[in-house]
Design a protein around this ligand. Sequence first.
Ligand SMILES: [Zn+2]
Length: 133
Amino acid sequence: MSMDEFIKTLTEEQKQALLRALSGGDFKSEVSEDTEDSARWLHEEPVSKAVDGDFSMKKNIKPRRSIVQAGENTWVDEGEDRHIKTPDIKRTPRNRSAPKMREVKCSACGKVSKINAGLVFGEYYRCERCIGG
Ligand SMILES: [Zn+2]
């Protein structure tokens, strides 16, 4: 495609943008400004408009230490809410059965102890002292 043919494919708007770009202005078309579409992205971080190919890391680190300043205390003592009463209800009965204990003999030291049956696994039980060392 020759340059003439290429230019014929452009709309008037695109030609304007191309001219601006060639003359060193920014690429943004005047028409696209303040349209609904551009307003949609206003909350986004601004992206640098001209990409100059320089992707080097810019040292732009703000100092981390800053003085902490307390704001004004806005708490107001409104007194006790005495009109609110704890409802008089029946307590939930604590009727869970006692844990099932089982007598086990330590396979290492021979000490007999009672432990929760749910904690006994396998044939060779070891007491607390024998597990530790
Ligand atoms: Zn033991």
